[in-house]
Design a protein around this ligand. Structure first.
Ligand code: GLU
Length: 307
């Protein structure tokens, strides 16, 4: 499959299919809180990559877990993106409205033997070094009257793929021990499933996201292959950290962006991406700073830091 080749290790001869599809990128926040500076940096990097390639840029709200998502967060995020001039080229997709698609993908994976029901608790798995005491992978039947999750059955492999910024990646994937949950016992669909299904559905060719998700990629590649779909290119940018070295997030109490000063925020975000915007942009408009950023975007200027 041509798509798999695009993530082959560097140095290997590969046939590029990049030109056969036009660039489609996306920003896919989980609405666990309002947009903060770290998420603006990711949104802006994915937007500028798409625009500098003449591509389309989409927004997708990954609202999979109502227990972790304050009801107002989605509107806050969308308002914040608007205030910063970052508009989706197509209607925003909400994962909370995509359950049917996730269900049919799971049915398909179950029927192919690429997914299985699992009623092991986290405690049981820990006590068994990650192996499933009930041998769930082999039995594929739910233990009646016990709630079960559905997991993806990984293959053991040393996965090599190419990150568009960070270069060659080499990741060990362990069958059974690392098998990711696709549908949680509580009935919520999991990120690993939904992200792949929706990137396929939306025809995403290029994913730009934070390097905290780098380790998810090898598993996602296996899900693409199980669904016989072409994986996107991935580009992971270093995450923005606070003074204590923690990733800016709801957990680290990252403050919400002030939508009243979008030009300043964009200026800071461009600086964090190593783009060196001229000071004169600070007195201009959102449109002017975005216009400058689209024409001057240099992926190679992003500072690579240790993860
Ligand atoms: N929804 C994820 C997050 O907010 C990002 C998913 C992705 O870009 O693959 O961290």
């Amino acid at each position: 499959m041509a798509g798999a080749d695009r993530n082959a290790p560097a140095g290997q001869s590969v046939v590029s299919v990049t030109n056969s599809r036009s660039y489609r990128g996306r920003f896919a926040p989980s609405p666990t809180g309002p947009l903060h500076f770290g998420s603006l940096v990711t949104a802006l990097a994915s937007y500028l990559e798409a625009k500098s390639c003449g591509g389309r840029w989409l927004i997708r709200i990954e609202d999979l877990d109502p227990l972790r998502e304050p009801p107002e967060a989605t509107v806050e995020i969308l308002n914040s993106l608007d205030a910063h001039g970052l508009f989706s080229d197509e209607p925003v997709l909400f994962q909370s409205r995509r359950h049917e698609a996730y269900h049919s993908a799971i049915e398909h994976l179950l029927s192919e033997g690429a997914a299985y029901r699992c009623s092991c608790s986290r405690k049981q798995l820990q006590a068994n070094n990650g192996r499933h005491p009930r041998h769930c992978r082999n039995s594929n039947t739910a233990i009646s009257n016990q709630p079960s999750a559905i997991r993806f059955a990984l293959n053991d492999e040393q996965c090599q793929w190419q990150d568009q910024l960070m270069g060659p990646q080499n990741h060990r994937v362990r069958a059974e021990i690392d098998d990711p949950v696709l549908l949680r016992k509580e009935g919520f669909f999991a990120y690993q499933l939904a992200v792949v299904i929706d990137d396929i559905e939306q025809g995403i060719t290029d994913v730009v996201r934070g390097s905290d998700l780098l380790d998810m990629t090898a598993q996602q590649l296996q899900i693409y292959h199980a669904l016989k779909a072409t994986p996107p290119h991935w580009l992971h940018i270093p995450v923005i950290v606070n003074d204590q070295g923690q990733k800016l997030s709801k957990q680290s109490h990252a403050p919400a962006l002030n939508n009243g000063s979008p030009v300043n925020n964009l200026f800071e975000a461009l600086s964090a991406l190593g783009q060196q915007p001229p000071q004169s942009l600070l007195t201009g408009s959102v449109d002017a700073i975005l216009e400058w950023a689209r024409t001057h975007w240099r992926r190679g200027a992003i500072h690579l830091t240790d993860r």
